[in-house]
Design a protein around this ligand. Structure first.
Ligand SMILES: NC(=O)C1=CN([C@@H]2O[C@H](COP(=O)(O)OP(=O)(O)OC[C@H]3O[C@@H](n4cnc5c(N)ncnc54)[C@H](O)[C@@H]3O)[C@@H](O)[C@H]2O)C=CC1
Ligand SMILES: O=C(O)CCC(=O)C(=O)O
Length: 414
């Protein structure tokens, strides 16, 4: 496991300086607690064996069992998994959830696998990491390219290995297997609630225009909810390309077009330079993969507000440059925390045996998103800092309190 500090630790260092956190707390939070790598060997449909590298990181369990998704993507590596696990740690702390932070990944292009190969990979991942997973240790969920079906295979494999039918060890399951209504909508809906709760702080006018990069689980729902609330969706993109219309789109029509044509390309005119960062819009919403806004591309952003639905949408340098340019950034650990907030409800439901309706889930989600967004905005105003700095100060203070309450004997073998 590498002990080199992650780029995102800059956010921790800044918060630690502002809060005057002890050296002990800083040292604990600067490194992942545990990072495991595994080779997952799968029997392919043609009879050959193929090995895929996979990782799972518990960045911190100071506030509870680790929690975070599993990503299947060809570019995933240990560094990315550690970074995403760091973000989960601060996201869960900010949202006030009783979880630490974790994340997992497998370097694979799932589109190149048959359904049976994908199932063997999902089950193999759980077998390789069985000692680390479980409801009191580390609770996975979906992320990019993993869905209810993949998580159902994982939950089944883990239950079989544990010799129980315990479903609380994994969230994001299909409803029939203990999943919760509303998880699919949660991330996009939560981000929309956060944007609306911050409307005054962000200086947004009624009917403000929005460009969304990434039209998948989170981006589609965000588009629907903001459109319904009277905002204008002027730009959309997916891996096929980007489209732009100053008059605005109906997201339902874009969704129907994408379903029929397997992409948005051709739905409307291409965005200028096929790059939504340069598009005229009040709000820019990255909702695909991380790193889209770096120091260079931050110079080209036209919008006055960036809502980071994707994890680490901005590199540290990119986010800093946006703020220097006077652009508000709603940080990922706030904007996309609706997903894990509903995963928490699924975990509670599985442990209590009491089922929640979709209305109850949305009511709980909406209240949490609005409450946390207001806390962050008020801290930003009080401290005279941006929303990211405010969010990290709130989260780091909670983590520090937990670490100090436990004492450092166990952590440092004192
Ligand atoms: N789904 C969830 O519950 C959560 C998702 N997130 C984050 O949100 C982001 C999106 O996740 P999902 O919507 O679940 O993924 P998804 O796989 O459903 O959708 C991703 C979308 O991005 C598009 N895309 C890929 N490369 C692109 C590119 N270069 N330009 C434009 N579009 C591109 C894809 O075509 C797809 O439409 C990820 O960063 C994920 O970590 C964060 C918290 C929870
Ligand atoms: O639902 C969860 O537990 C985790 C979601 C996730 O991976 C994320 O917020 O990035």
């Amino acid at each position: 496991m590498t002990t080199e500090a992650l780029d995102v630790c800059a956010y921790l260092e800044r918060a630690a300086d502002a809060l005057d956190l002890s050296e002990d707390v800083r040292e604990v939070l600067m490194h992942p607690t545990r990072s495991v790598s595994a080779s997952i060997t799968v029997r392919m449909g043609d009879g050959s064996l193929k090995t895929f590298p996979g990782w799972r990181t518990i960045y911190s369990n100071a506030l509870g069992p680790a929690k975070g998704g599993i990503r299947f993507h060809p570019t995933v590596d240990e560094h990315e998994v550690n970074t995403l696990a760091f973000l989960m740690t601060f996201k869960n702390a900010l949202a006030g959830l009783p979880f630490g932070g974790g994340k997992g990944g497998v370097a694979v292009n799932p589109r190149m696998l048959s359904r049976h190969e994908l199932e063997r990979l999902a089950r193999g991942y759980v077998r390789a990491l069985k000692h680390d997973l479980g409801t009191g240790r580390d609770i996975p969920a979906p992320d990019v390219n993993t869905n209810g079906t993949v998580l159902a295979w994982m939950a089944d494999e883990l239950a079989a290995l544990e010799g129980t039918a315990h479903t609380a060890s994994i969230t994001g399951k299909p409803i029939v297997l203990g999943g919760i209504p509303g998880r699919a909508e949660a991330t996009g809906r939560g981000a929309a609630k956060v944007t609306m709760a911050l409307k005054d702080h962000l200086g947004l006018a009624d009917g403000a225009s929005i460009a969304i990069q990434g039209f998948g689980n989170a981006g589609v729902q965000y588009a629907h909810d903001m459109h319904e609330a009277g905002y204008k969706i002027v730009g959309l993109s997916d891996s096929s390309g980007s489209v732009y219309s100053a008059d605005g789109f109906d997201p339902s029509e874009a969704e129907a077009f994408k379903a029929e044509h397997r992409g948005l390309k051709g739905f409307a005119d291409e965005a200028p330079g096929d790059d939504l960062r340069r598009a005229e819009a009040d709000i820019l919403v990255p909702a695909a993969l991380g790193g889209w806004i770096d120091g260079d591309s931050a110079e080209t952003v036209e919008a006055g507000v960036v809502v980071e639905v994707s994890n680490q949408a901005c590199t540290v340098g990119g986010g800093d440059r946006l703020e220097e340019r006077g652009i508000h950034v709603v940080p990922d650990i706030l904007a996309n925390s609706g997903g894990v907030s509903v995963s928490y409800l699924e975990w509670v439901q599985n442990r209590s045996g009491e089922e929640m309706t979709k209305e109850q889930v949305f009511d709980n989600l909406d209240r949490r998103m609005e409450r946390v967004a207001r806390q962050v905005a008020s801290r930003a105003a009080d401290d005279g800092v941006g929303l990211r700095a405010a969010a990290y100060r709130i989260a780091a203070a909670r983590l520090a309190e937990a670490i100090e309450s436990m004492g450092t004997r166990r952590l440092f073998n004192e």
